[in-house]
Design a protein around this ligand. Structure first.
Ligand code: SF4
Ligand code: SF4
Length: 437
């Protein structure tokens, strides 16, 4: 039973952040009211299964967490948004949810159904304005693991993640935060030295692992392994020079990238084929490129849509960063009257097609929740695992800590506290706190 009542201050102190994305502090999200609470169980990245596993094992806790959050934000409607393909899980969930007044909304098995703009549109028919937030249309979207962390109401010291792809046994693990990827792979019975390319977080939106010494944080959703010559590895490791060179010479402006862009289909002014032109004509004028700022970086255009195997998302994201650095913004920000594209329904990309295109069919599309062990001998816990300011270290070298003890207090302004994930002794204090068991 939780020992302390659930408040936004409490959520800040126990370090709850969005577990499925950039790590936005949850206390801040829950400090405004929302009419509709949506549990985002879409998990549309191919090969990831963590949220499904959590719902299989902790359905009651998660639904109770939804009720608590709904009360905090005065939501009048609570909805579990889940892929319709999870039929047996849905059968289990439905009576539990209905008994609590929670709806189940079935999502198509398309990518990116879990982009919160798309999820909100699917569940409510409302379009979040370009540059806006779900709150602009009366919605609050929460990730499955985030809701579980809220319901547990204890310091967040562990992270659920998948280890999948080119691995002997795909699994979902509950890992102490600060554990190195090396230790995660070793716990799966793998030789870390033989691991080749790793996508951290997903084949579409994940980042490339740079070192086995990187550590699990509150936002690490999965470690996806591939041979170096796999298409996923090739796409994500191309250099800017390579991307720009091939883009300049081979883009025929067919605009398939734009025609399948989920944000463009929602009516937002994102046009990756226009961003591609900037590779050739850098000073073509900024106005057509300003829509790049509304790109959600789903990478669908690069990984799926472009028939020439080019990198339109990278061109779009480059433009987005450039615009931001120059302080330029698009005038449509905040508008809610942009029409959804008439072909929106027909241009959803099935995950099965994505799996085929990306050569993922040979990998097992499962990942049962499995015990993690043995515990790491040392963890390195970053003070910044969230959007906002880093936590402020509140331990010193030589201190003994128990699991859940605060090691970084919440900063002034936006940010949350950080806690020890194993019992041991603090051996280093810097941007990360190192604890030796
Ligand atoms: S980037 Fe690819 S999809 Fe987009 S316009 Fe160029 S060739 Fe067509
Ligand atoms: S990454 Fe490509 S498909 Fe996705 S929102 Fe950006 S421009 Fe559109």
């Amino acid at each position: 039973m939780p020992s302390t009542s659930l408040t936004t201050d409490r959520l800040r102190d126990i370090g709850v952040v969005g577990a499925g994305g950039a790590g936005f502090p949850t206390y801040q999200k829950l400090s405004s009211q929302a009419e509709v609470l949506i549990l985002n169980a879409a998990e549309c990245e191919p090969l990831l299964h963590k949220d499904k596993e959590l719902l299989v094992h902790f359905a009651t806790e998660i639904l109770e967490g939804m009720l608590q959050v709904a009360e905090m934000v005065a939501a009048t409607r609570s909805v579990v948004a889940i892929k319709e393909k999870y039929t047996s899980l849905i059968e289990t969930l439905r009576p539990l949810a209905n008994g609590r007044g929670i709806e189940i909304h079935l999502l198509p098995d398309s990518y990116p159904a879990g982009d919160e703009f798309i999820t909100v549109y699917e569940v409510t028919g409302r379009v979040i304005p370009p540059g806006g937030l779900p709150g602009d249309v009366g919605c609050l979207v929460q990730n499955v693991e985030t809701i579980l962390n809220i319901q547990r109401n204890v310091p967040v010291t562990q992270k659920y993640l998948c280890v999948v792809g080119d691995v002997p046994n795909p699994v979902t693990l509950c890992v102490p935060i600060g554990t190195s990827y090396r230790d995660v792979f070793a716990s799966c019975g793998m030789d870390p030295a033989k691991v080749e390319h790793v996508q951290v977080g997903g084949v579409m939106m994940g980042k490339v692992m740079q070192s086995l010494d990187e550590v699990v944080t509150r936002t690490t959703g999965g470690l996806l392994c591939f041979p170096h010559d796999h298409v996923v590895a090739r796409k994500h490791t191309a250099t800017k020079q390579q991307r720009d060179l091939i883009g300049k010479s081979a883009c025929d402006q067919c605009s398939f990238c734009t025609e399948l862009c989920p944000r463009y289909l929602l009516g937002h002014p994102v046009e990756p084929h226009v961003a591609m032109r900037s590779l050739e004509f850098n000073r073509m004028g900024n106005e057509p490129l300003l829509g790049s700022q509304f790109c959600c970086e789903c990478n669908l255009c690069t990984m799926y849509a472009c028939p020439e195997d080019l990198f339109p998302s990278f061109a779009t994201i480059d433009n987005k960063r450039q615009m931001r650095a120059e302080g330029k913004t698009h005038q449509v920000t905040g508008r809610t009257d942009l029409p959804v594209h008439s072909m929106m329904e027909y241009r959803k990309v099935p995950v099965s097609s994505l799996i085929k295109k990306l050569g993922l069919a040979k990998y097992k599309n499962v990942g049962p929740l499995t015990d993690f062990g043995p515990l790491p001998k040392e963890v390195r816990i970053p003070l910044q695992q969230h959007i906002g300011a880093p936590a402020v270290a509140c331990v010193k070298v030589g201190d003994s800590v128990q699991v859940g003890d605060p090691i970084g207090r919440a900063p002034e302004g936006l940010g949350v506290a950080v806690h020890a994930s194993i019992q041991g002794t603090v051996v280093q204090v810097g941007d990360s706190i190192h604890i030796r068991a």
